[in-house]
Ligand binder design. Structure first.
Ligand SMILES: [Zn+2]
Ligand SMILES: [Zn+2]
Length: 173
């Protein structure tokens, strides 16, 4: 399987590297980093001062060269009535998106001894692995250590591991 990471807007090199490393460590896949794309027209909502996640998914599906394609952006994303999303993917779809915007907020409250840079990197990897999991057909997992656990805030992101639990693994590998 080839996964194409599609940077949208200015995406720092360390984010692209975390995304690639996270995917390679969990899935049996090759990873390509696509050339940067500009923000899709119509994605920006001036009332919310946020960007619609679905526009990024469409862009990733359209330009991506992989069987699975994931847009990565530093912009703040929303989806329907949710105030924000860390990412979005359609079950079994070929496009998905992750935003790093809200992953930078706050430390992990002393949960680990890691510094802010490491914590941020871990969160990026987890959210990328999570969204690609959805495109492979995985739904949310009740195991709060599993990367497929639903994590609406960074608190839950910090608790979960970067990998799939045994049950999720058996469904995709
Ligand atoms: Zn999810
Ligand atoms: Zn699981």
């Amino acid at each position: 399987m080839l996964v194409d990471i599609v940077p949208v807007g200015d995406v720092p090199a360390n984010i692209k590297r975390q995304a690639s490393d996270g995917l390679r460590s969990v899935y049996d896949c090759e990873v390509n980093v696509h050339e940067p794309q500009s923000i899709p027209n119509g994605a920006y909502d001036s009332n919310r001062n946020q960007y619609g996640a679905e526009e990024f998914i469409k862009l990733a599906s359209r330009v991506g060269d992989g069987e699975k394609n994931i847009a990565v952006t530093t912009k703040d994303l929303f989806y329907r009535r949710r105030n924000y999303v860390f990412g979005l993917a359609y079950l079994d779809g070929n496009g998905s998106v992750v935003s790093t915007y809200r992953l930078q907020t706050s430390s992990d409250g002393g949960f680990s001894n890691k510094d802010a840079g490491e914590i941020f990197g871990d969160r990026v990897r987890k959210e990328i692995v999570h969204e690609i999991g959805h495109t492979l057909g995985l739904e949310h997992c009740d195991n709060n250590r599993c990367v497929m656990n639903f994590s609406p805030t960074v608190r839950e992101v910090d608790v979960k591991e970067q990998s799939l639990c045994g049950s999720c693994q058996r469904q995709v590998l």
